[in-house]
Design a protein around this ligand. Sequence first.
Ligand code: NAP
Length: 287
Amino acid sequence: MLRINAKTKICMIIGDPVEHSLSPAMHNRAYEVLGIDDEFVFIGARVKIEDVKDVVRAVKVMGIRGLTCTIPHKVEIMKYLDKKYIDPVALKIGAVNTIVNDNGVLKGFNTDWQGVLAPLEKEIDLEGKSVAILGAGGVARAMAYAVSFSGAFFTVFNRTLEKAEDLSRDFGGQARSYKDIACVQDMDIILNATPLGMAPRENETPLPKKYISKKQIVFDAIYAPYETRLLLEAKQQGAKVMHGAEMLLYQGIAQFELYTGRKAPESIMREVLEKNVIASEAKQSSG
Ligand code: NAP
């Protein structure tokens, strides 16, 4: 039976599009398992970028507890928040994906970097390791923050070299153009933050297979498909692989804890994600 009532706090995700988002399923299942599905409910709304300003006002006047922002709103929303309430890490990364409403004060955070760091730290001590970041957009910036925070050294490879240079300047790494991609073979960890390999470009990869070896960890931010061409080829080369679903999970865990003030049920949230990502893939390949 639904336990939602007039005191239930609303959390929600906005994006354009948003219908594919797994955040509502992941958070609502966690509320249910913890028995707090009368305290919190998580919904989604497709919002045009020109309407983001109105959403910020709605969050305030309606007392919405948590606002998750996905593409293309993570940068835009910052314009409508009071800078003094934006977490310094989110300011440095240049994107807010999480807003907590504390009695009318809207506090902005970025949890994408935790989505990168938490699964990596389970596999490896990052201190002193060399990391290749492919791409220089929003996710690459979160990755650069995460790895430099942990004492690793990174080199960013990007199609547009100036963007790689800006990123490396901001986070203390190196910038290289794709023509130097062969030097990736000497690095410990490879992180993909480009859309190469993402549906509908599943046949593409940002890195030739020959530059991957069994001593490396390869982490792809893409979560649909679950197993990208990059990850399949990395497996064939004997490398350890990490899926984009892990990033989605850990950024969501950090959000859950900010919104509810409770420890997130990790295994339950993982189960929801894996079931949904893998199920939607099976549906696509059969139809
Ligand atoms: P973004 O800001 O648009 O950045 C994309 C980057 O990829 C840019 O550096 C761009 O290079 C590069 N790129 C785009 N097309 C390329 C191509 N054909 N060849 C080479 N480089 C190309 O995107 P983002 O928000 O960082 O997202 C990056 C990826 O992360 C996406 O696949 C997204 O689905 C995934 N993602 C995953 C999660 C998760 O939780 N797992 C969360 C958010 C995003 P230029 O600078 O030259 O344009």
